[in-house]
Design a protein around this ligand. Structure first.
Ligand code: HEC
Length: 201
């Protein structure tokens, strides 16, 4: 009896010391939190992209490409802000951004975008590519969801090969975005990602 008690005490002490030496820099988001955040973010990304695509299509159909550029410039950041609630930051990022201020990825976003590109090269279905990561940086601990945005046919009039973009559209893009890098895409290529991040408390 006494032996068993001692064994249990030793086991408890062993486990406690293991816990004590676990480095704090490892970010532990519980499985539940990870899954819940991924599911919520997947839904947010879907809604955000659907609204944006709807507005874009409407503008293209009724007012043409040039006016759709202006809508993109105002609507995209406004919609991103609308979804940035409950401690979340929602935006679109790209390895070749058009909007340098809002579209330039941070280090973790860059790593996830590179991962998407690798998967695309390995013929993954780009429509369903997503990643959720938990990590810590100088600003805090984070849960970060990224959903790849594949290029569709309709995108090419503003993101396709420069030679295939209409002159008036190319001129307006050059005026509005002098540092634009977001041309030269073909259908199926990953244009960027919806990025959703929140702090782990
Ligand atoms: C009418 C022209 C036009 C069309 C068509 C268009 N875009 Fe864009 N796109 C823009 C403009 C303008 C911006 C910069 C918006 C801003 O200032 O935030 C942009 C920005 C983006 C960004 C944000 C990252 C960055 O480069 O700044 C992504 C992602 C994107 N577009 C994807 C797409 C996809 C996918 C399609 C097709 C479904 C598409 N776009 C169709 C004009 C267009």
């Amino acid at each position: 009896m006494r032996n068993t008690t001692i064994k249990i005490m030793l086991a408890v002490a062993g486990i406690s010391s293991l816990i004590a030496i676990t480095p704090i820099s490892v970010v532990q988001a519980s499985d539940d939190l990870h899954t819940k955040f991924t599911e919520e973010s997947r839904k947010t990304a879907q809604e955000f992209m659907q609204q944006l695509a709807g507005t874009l299509k409407q503008q293209l159909d009724s007012n043409g490409t040039e006016s759709a550029i202006k809508v993109c410039k105002e609507i995209a950041p406004a919609l991103a802000l609308k979804y940035s609630v409950d401690g979340k930051t929602v935006k679109r990022v790209s390895l070749k951004p058009r909007n340098q201020l809002q579209g330039t990825p941070g280090p973790e976003e860059t790593a996830m975008l590179v991962e998407f590109d690798e998967k695309q090269r390995n013929d993954a279905d780009t429509k369903s590519l997503e990643i959720t990561k938990a990590y810590k940086d100088a600003e805090g601990a984070w849960l970060h969801y990224m959903k790849a945005i594949p290029t569709q046919q309709v995108c090419l009039q503003c993101h396709g090969k420069p030679d295939n973009i209409a002159d008036n559209v190319r001129a307006l893009l050059a005026k509005e975005y002098p540092a634009d890098r977001a041309t030269g895409y073909s259908t199926g290529e990953i244009r960027g990602a919806v990025s959703i991040r929140r702090a782990i408390r």
